[in-house]
Design a protein around this ligand. Structure first.
Ligand SMILES: Cc1cc2nc3c(=O)[nH]c(=O)nc-3n(C[C@H](O)[C@H](O)[C@H](O)COP(=O)(O)O)c2cc1C
Length: 227
């Protein structure tokens, strides 16, 4: 597999097989991911990988905290999205569009609130993945370093794809930043940014066959001075 294939093939995986990921293989992936670039080579990321009983404890804690209605939880001081009504409406359209595409794959129409909410709660089970990764950042870092964290995350996702594993990045865990902070015993400066579910994708799960759209290049890219 070359890089172009990996980039084109990677999709978010939201259903996993019950197959463990050996620690040495995960360590090897993360060793390579450490090559992700960052401004000033700050490498402004830390990562906590969980599996087994630790992962189960986090799942139980999530369900104790959020109950059956994770959508109602408060977001804290770093919301996942800005006010999408205050920016170009295209962003909200894209967000809604991917949601509808995913729920169509799951056979859950708009009126099926309970079904959709139940599905969303799967975030807090790592979608059944054997491994959960938590991205940790020093809260004193600025917007640049948050972007560099993204380089690290995409590098992890591509390396996972190369190994036949799937990933789903999960800012859903932002709802539990305080609880995770306490659970992991992070110092006052560190906070959870997001999680990543990692494992072997379930090839039979229709949700894993969602190949999301992207804006046409003309909406995103400007070429200047080329001709
Ligand atoms: C930082 C980040 C956070 C995300 N958080 C979630 C999440 O909490 N739950 C989820 O199901 N998908 C989450 N996603 C996945 C996006 O919905 C997905 O990347 C996007 O719709 C494009 O689809 P693709 O990854 O299949 O190409 C997240 C993606 C990123 C990059």
């Amino acid at each position: 597999m070359n890089v172009t294939e990996a980039v084109r093939q990677r999709v978010s995986t939201r259903a996993f097989l019950d197959v463990p990921i050996p620690r040495d293989q995960l360590a090897d992936l993360l060793e390579t991911a450490q090559r992700a670039p960052s401004g000033g080579n700050l490498q402004p990321w830390k990562l906590i990988a969980v599996t087994g009983a630790v992962k189960d404890e986090i799942i139980a804690m999530a369900h104790r905290t959020l109950g059956a209605n994770p959508g109602g939880a408060a977001m804290g001081d770093r919301p996942v999205y800005p006010d999408l009504n205050a920016v170009d409406p295209i962003y909200n359209r894209r967000r809604k569009s991917v949601g509808e595409m995913m729920y169509a794959k799951l056979g859950m129409p708009r009126e099926d609130h309970a079904g959709r909410m139940g599905w969303f709660a799967n975030n807090y089970r790592f979608f059944g993945a054997p491994v959960g990764l938590f991205l940790v950042i020093d809260r004193r870092m600025g917007h640049g370093q948050w972007a560099h964290m993204g380089m690290y995350m995409q590098t992890i996702a591509l390396l996972a794809h190369e190994r036949g594993w799937g990933t789903c990045m999960q800012e859903a865990w932002a709802l539990l930043r305080d609880q995770l902070h306490d659970y992991f015993g992070l110092d006052e400066h560190h906070m959870i940014f997001a999680g990543i579910s990692l494992g072997a994708p379930d090839p039979d799960a229709t949700v894993n066959h969602l190949y999301t759209e992207r804006a046409p290049q003309s909406e995103v890219v400007e070429f200047r001075g080329f001709d």
